[in-house]
Design a protein around this ligand. Sequence first.
Ligand SMILES: Cc1ncc(COP(=O)(O)O)c(C=O)c1O
Length: 390
Amino acid sequence: MKSHLGIKTRAVHAGQCPDPGYGGAAAPIIQSSTFIYDSAEDAAARFAGEKDGFIYTRWGNPTNEMFEMKLAELEGMDSALAVGSGMAAISTTILGSVKAGDHIVACKTLYSGTNTFLTKRAPGFGIEVSFVDPSDIRNFEQAIQPNTKLIYLESPGNPTLEIIDLAAAAGLAKSRGIRTVIDNTFATPINQRPGEFGIDVVLHSATKYLGGHGDLIGGVITASQEIIDELWPTFIELGATLSPFHSFLLVRGMQTLPIRMAEHNGNAQKLAEFLESHSQVNRVFYPGLPSFPGHEIARKQMSGFGGVVCLEVADVEKGRRVMNAVELCSLTVSLGDVKTLISHPASMTHAKVSPEARAAAGITDGLIRIAVGIENVEDLIDDLGRALKA
Ligand SMILES: Cc1ncc(COP(=O)(O)O)c(C=O)c1O
């Protein structure tokens, strides 16, 4: 697609085409595990990679390809790989990039599943991991070893929204020949395109904003064609295929991604400002607030600050009371849904992370995470204001 086209135009048109069989105008679902070959010779040519054509859905599917092309187009990357979940994107990328004896430097504020994978699973494969405070790029530099093969980033980080200077991290990694990977789930390509700053691999939990309606589990990896080709055997062997039906929902949902993100960004900013002025709130974490430590870097590399806001109340009991008093916000994990979701990391998403690791990542007992939806923001302010009084 022509790159001069605006992001809303690309979100609607990129990657997808009408149904070639019957001419249906909507992008079709090809819900088939396998594909018929024209002849034995045709099958042989497809298997040998000498001829284009689908073979078997774990190796590629037309609807999955539409989702891949749309996402790669929005991120400004060459190629993409649709996978079965955000965790599949993370595990495929890591296991496809490093081997026993290699070392990874990762930022310390990470989605809890990534944290568990890096602390518990990776060492079993002989992969060494160092975690660093990402607020100062010199911490990454100091942690690099001769066997470092990957720098793993999340910005904004889950859940306390730490911002990493992407150009500085990519510059450092390139000067040492190290691959960079970022989980861009919180930002989406509408708010941040890490490839523009030199990051090599961008991955997402498509379950969140890309799907946008809380009705699917999916993931995606986007990078240069060379890197995607290198990750391909790991993807095939781990077998975390995305269902074509979920790709259909993703292609459908991503057409409205720019307008949904504008609403998420605007609502989150207003809610964060309200919470910052509230007497029952000790602290608010949101990259769009000038008081937030990463605000200046976020302004440089993001065009919107996303839909996640965290607040800190006095203690775990107050946190529980707020969550039990909200009526409009849904008490649940996840984010990126059109409706507002509220959760308490210490007792929910990060319950398996050790108390020491939680404290090191800034997750206090009173921390509440709000994944702000696209409802009328006045209604959200009323709901939370009333809950905080409770
Ligand atoms: C930042 C981030 N990355 C990855 C994941 C994992 O995604 P999934 O549940 O689709 O595997 C999550 C889930 O909450 C997340 O918040």
